[in-house]
Design a protein around this ligand. Structure first.
Ligand code: PEP
Ligand code: MN
Length: 349
């Protein structure tokens, strides 16, 4: 349910509607707009009659949201959401103060699969910053199929990432795997990544719904679009409205690539939801020689950016080397993306 307030509604009238929603044991989500405020309602609506809100002063109309994902839907929030990531420029540099992810722009998030040590992280952060990339990905906690494979540097990895941010001003995107490490990851990250294997880890989603940082929500490898948007709804229902979706490939019968990168999900995501969507062609294909084509295709298909694996020496990477670009490969792709972005009216971010 969505309460649309009158253009001339006063703050007191808005506050009264918010209080009335709470009295019904429902949750109000005030959404100030350019001309009027709307208030989303979530909770178990069936038990109460929200039509009583219609008669309150300042209320213009009540709109029923038909989709099961409410806050994530365009019915509730028509305008595109731009997820803003504030950044602190490194001392003595003219670095940027933030990135906004959303339509019209195309944001590149790049970096190694895992934090493998201080040297390679600092080198990668400096390389990316030189090329105008303002967000670096790198996992300190790694979800690995084998318990014997490299599991990541954990808390020490987060410290290395913090050092890279301090030195270069680059924003950090890193994965949170479990609620135990939530405080540490929330502190270290500028964007908290939820991996494909955790898309339906509901206690983890509830924890990040209370986080102060935006959430990059990867699509579960066998998730339908509705399940994915319901996962986003979990995060938003706790009032963390800063959710960035990320398509990373799904499991199909195809065995020519690691996953099947589902670029065809982009138009329906844009139709059903106001949230930005990124594409991860590295995990989506599993092979670095397939990454450039799918990265360019993602831009053309209307994605709002990319999550890319880049490493100073991919052949020696401790995880996902086969799908990781080296610096020269990344530079080449960046040039192509810049060339394609312009005619498509997109600004590389
Ligand atoms: C990653 O991006 O580091 C990762 C583990 O990806 P996914 O969750 O998509 O497998
Ligand atoms: Mn990886």
């Amino acid at each position: 349910m969505l309460v649309v307030m009158d253009k001339h509604a006063t703050q007191a009238e808005i506050d009264r509607v918010v209080a009335a929603i709470r009295e019904m044991s429902l949750t109000p989500h005030p959404m100030p707009g350019a001309t009027r405020t709307a208030i989303g309602i979530t909770g178990n609506i069936s038990a109460v009659d929200p039509r009583t809100l219609e008669v309150l002063p300042g209320v213009s109309e009540l709109i029923r949201v038909t989709k099961p994902f409410k806050l994530a839907s365009r019915e509730m929030h028509e305008a595109d959401t731009y997820v803003k990531i504030p950044l602190v420029p490194a001392p003595g540099t003219r670095g940027s103060e933030g990135v906004a992810i959303g339509p019209g722009t195309f944001t590149i998030i790049a970096g190694p699969c895992s934090v493998e040590g201080e040297d390679m992280i600092l080198r990668t952060a400096e390389f990316l910053t030189r090329h105008g990339v303002r967000l670096m990905r790198a996992g300190a906690f790694k979800p690995r199929t084998s318990p014997y494979a490299f599991q990541g540097f954990g808390l020490e990895g987060l410290e290395i990432l913090a050092k890279a941010r301090e030195r270069t001003g680059i924003g950090i995107v890193t994965e949170l795997m479990d609620t135990d490490n939530a405080d540490a990851v929330e502190e270290a990250a500028d964007v908290i990544q939820i991996g494909t294997r955790n898309m339906q880890n509901f206690s983890l989603l509830r924890r990040v719904s209370r986080a102060r940082k935006p959430v990059l929500l990867k699509r579960g490898m066998s998730a339908t679009l509705e399940e994915w948007l319901m996962a986003a709804e979990y995060v938003m229902s706790g009032s963390n409205y800063n959710v960035i979706l990320c398509e990373r490939g799904v499991r199909t019968f195809s065995d020519h690539s690691r996953n099947t990168l589902d670029l065809s999900v982009i138009p329906p995501v844009k139709q059903l939801s106001h949230l930005p969507i990124l594409v991860d062609p590295s995990h989506g294909t599993g092979r670095r020689d397939y990454v450039p084509a799918m990265a360019l295709a993602a831009l053309a298909a209307g994605a709002d950016g990319l999550l890319l694996e880049v490493h100073p020496d991919p052949d020696r990477a401790l995880s996902d080397g086969a799908q990781t670009l080296n610096f020269a490969g990344f530079e080449k792709l960046l040039e192509s993306l810049k060339r394609l972005a312009e005619p498509l009216g997109r600004v590389l971010n």
